[in-house]
Design a binder for this molecule. Sequence first.
Ligand SMILES: Cc1ncc(COP(=O)(O)O)c(C=O)c1O
Length: 401
Amino acid sequence: MPLPSRALDPAAPDPILGLTEAFRSDPRESRVNLAVGVYVDETGRTPVLPSVLAAERRILEAAGSRTYLPIEGRAAYGAAVRSLLFPIGHEVTTAGRAVTAQTPGGTGALRVAADFLLQTGNPRTIWLSQPTWPNHPQLFRLAGMDVRTYPYLDATGRRLDADAMLATLRTAEPGDVVLFHAACHNPTGIDPDAATWRAIGNVAVERDLLPIVDFAYQGFGDGIREDAASIAILAEAGLEFLVCSSFSKNFALYAERVGALTIVARDAERAEAALTHVRIAIRANYSNPPAHGAQIVETILCDPALRDDWELEVAGMRARIRGNRAAFVDALEASALPGDWEPLRGQRGMFALLGLDQEQVARLRREFGVYVVGAGRVNVAGFTRDNLGRVVTALSAVLAH
Ligand SMILES: Cc1ncc(COP(=O)(O)O)c(C=O)c1O
């Protein structure tokens, strides 16, 4: 049999990573990449964190064995991940009712979560915010789930519409899965406040829903501990839920593919039973996880001095992101561009959604070499003193006519 005919009909490039390829081959020196969700410093580089280098030196000196890891990764890594999700002494961890599996990045965690749920007979429907990270719909669809969406933004596109979101979630069927972004919502930068999280928790309990919490930017919003507040609220509501952590951004370990799936269950017995099925999902997919990146994260989180260093490094990235966001809003307002830009100032994480149409996004790229995603999602970390003015000028041009 030849290859299936659909395999010979080329697919569209990935909406985010595909743009990076286009950016690399753009010859214009003035080009600006605000598309991909990677932290960059003022020189446009993605630095290796000093805490990561220190951890790597230790790992190299210890020269441990390269035999396979356990299917779910090392127990110490799992405990370290949970120490990021829950405050010390939290009942979820002391009761042993959370289990963790190491995964290749946050994406790996999401896919293992989907496989685990389908393989154990959970209803197939998953609800995603509209909009969401563009990889979510295809990831869950290709895993075999039915994707539905709940509204997220109000008509201005600048604020959360909590009432509309909750009203739609009340129509979900028992057992349906609902995906939330723990903090630093991608692509909007808009997160529910604590009261809204409590309301979300109540609806999930009333309707018997199963949340998956995607946690890709812990520490990029208000702080490492503060960004995990949503997780504690869902736990307090009495829910069982899954958390998909990514350490690509907050440890700057992108290429090492480090993440984790944590399952919070009603009691330790249920959690351990769930882990036995997660092991099967992993074994049938990539068998067991890669060691290096997770060893770095474990080394840092288990050493108090290295952990302090890392927390300071994350605080540094967060401060730069916030400073850039404020500078961007100041520049938009100073340029008298039509539009209500002020709400962008209070948003969290690397992204701001400008609400552009396809033609405006295409013109930014074609005429000005400014690369943004979808409906005008910009990575504010990508601004530098050198390029901010150029981006605002380009935006003025495409918004004017
Ligand atoms: C919302 C969200 N979830 C998950 C991921 C996946 O992260 P990773 O690169 O660790 O797979 C990303 C990365 O951009 C993301 O933005």
